[in-house]
Design a protein around this ligand. Structure first.
Ligand SMILES: [Zn+2]
Ligand SMILES: [Zn+2]
Length: 425
């Protein structure tokens, strides 16, 4: 299928004119043939010195099917073992790049895309995305998630000029990767709720049309979870489409607000390795577990509200001691304090929060039940429990308390710091 990006770039009821940078999105069998055509006779013809970036795994998965494209590019195969989107990988690319490179092809999943996107932006070279698995929603993102000298950073980067997602490639990706894409998408249940709550309490910008796009992405995938797990081509295409929709939603807002909040904060916290060691898990796998833990907590809050046992206590001041205990050891405290300035919770009026508790409970009750979510994730073969990603249960409460500090973005998990819940539910 061809996704017409112009469909999304229109003046909107929210008052903004949304902007989409991607010119061409193709999700179908043989999409890479269309890419070759575009390079020969089409809109990519003018680029005469393309650089193709892949890793040892994605090279193996694509070298035959994309032979014609490999032949006409300078090819850089990065070692998949221990590959991260970090300054080290960027250095390798910079050292190998010929000077006249005028186009970059990213052939891989999330990491290859982050590296390519960053280099493309830095050298003002357009890049084309060839996703080899439906593993994340960041293919069309305008930011790169990079690790810079050990620090996780979200760095402005280039959106792809075009996406050529070939079903013959991504439907055959390792199951774990496509399951991870389902998880990344299911996190949207949480972040959309966080966005609505924040909008209601603080007047933060919110666009109904974009939230609906994300909801559409969720519905698309919910209907074919088992088939995705089995590698059914049409269903994997739907997953890819949904992930790209989610990426477009981010482009339209200009940041990841529609696609990332409390559930991703959990994942970011674990990646900082301040309360846990290194987790050998994919992005979506961590988001999956974050989603389950936050969902359980949100349902608990909803029950407490309905029973009149959730009280607004107001903002209690910064958790200074806890933050320095946690983040100072790795020299991350300064960055965390800066990130949280000015304090988000100060923008919430206590009375307003009190008067909106029932409305919040309505939003939370709209979320899938915990059992239902477990079942959905299980169908698609996704990770669900802390043990699946190498964590232990004693990290759960600690994660729920600390995660909201990793990004200055309002979530109900952060607002929880203004609530007191009597008893256990
Ligand atoms: Zn809008
Ligand atoms: Zn994500």
């Amino acid at each position: 299928m061809r996704v017409d990006a112009d469909d999304f770039a229109r003046p909107c009821k929210c008052g903004r004119e949304h902007h989409v940078d991607v010119k061409e999105i193709l999700i179908e069998e043989g999409a890479t043939e269309a890419l070759e055509e575009a390079m020969t006779d089409g809109f990519l013809r003018k680029y005469i010195s393309p650089l193709l970036i892949c890793d040892t795994n994605t090279h193996k998965a694509t070298e035959e099917i994309m032979e014609g494209i490999y032949d006409r590019c300078q090819v850089l195969v990065l070692d998949a073992e221990g590959l991260h989107a970090d300054n080290y990988a960027v250095e390798i690319v910079e050292n190998c790049m010929e000077e006249d490179i005028d186009l970059i092809l990213a052939v891989g999943s999330g990491t290859i895309h982050d590296i390519s996107r960053y280099v493309a932006f830095r050298y003002r070279i357009p890049f084309v995305s060839v996703p080899t698995a439906a593993s994340v929603d960041g293919f069309v993102s305008t930011v790169a998630a990079m690790t810079w000298n050990g620090l996780k950073k979200t760095i402005p980067a280039a959106a792809p000029l075009a996406v050529f997602a070939d079903t013959n490639i991504f439907a055959k990706a390792p199951k774990r990767l496509n399951a991870s894409g389902v998880s990344d998408l299911f996190g949207k249940y949480i972040c959309l709720t966080d966005w609505k709550v924040s909008n209601m309490l603080t007047g933060e910008y919110y666009c109904e049309y974009i939230a609906e796009l994300e909801e559409k992405a969720l519905r698309t995938v919910r209907s074919c979870l088992r088939d995705i797990a089995e590698g059914d081509e049409e269903s994997c295409e739907k997953l890819m489409y949904a992930l790209i929709l989610s990426g477009l939603a981010m482009q339209m807002v200009g940041n990841s607000r529609p696609a990332s909040c409390a559930e991703h904060h959990m994942s970011h916290l674990w990646e900082m390795e301040v309360i846990n060691g290194h987790l050998d898990a994919l992005h979506g796998e961590k988001v999956s577990v974050g989603t389950m833990l936050v969902l359980k907590e949100y349902k608990r809050i909803a029950r407490a509200i309905r029973m009149g046992r959730c009280h607004v206590v107001g903002y209690q001041g910064p958790e200074t001691e806890l933050l320095s205990e946690t983040f100072d050891r790795k020299g991350l405290l300064e960055g965390i304090l800066q990130e949280n300035e000015p304090e988000l919770l100060e923008s919430i009026d206590k009375k307003r929060l009190e008067s909106k508790l029932d409305r919040i409970a309505d939003f939370l009750e709209d979320l899938p039940e915990v059992d239902e979510m477990e079942h959905l994730l299980e169908k698609a073969g996704c990770t669900r429990s802390v043990y699946d990603i190498g964590l232990t249960e004693d990290k759960i409460e600690q994660s729920l308390v600390l995660a909201p500090y990793v990004r200055r973005r309002l979530s109900l998990l952060r607002i929880r710091k203004m609530l007191e819940i009597e008893g256990e539910y």
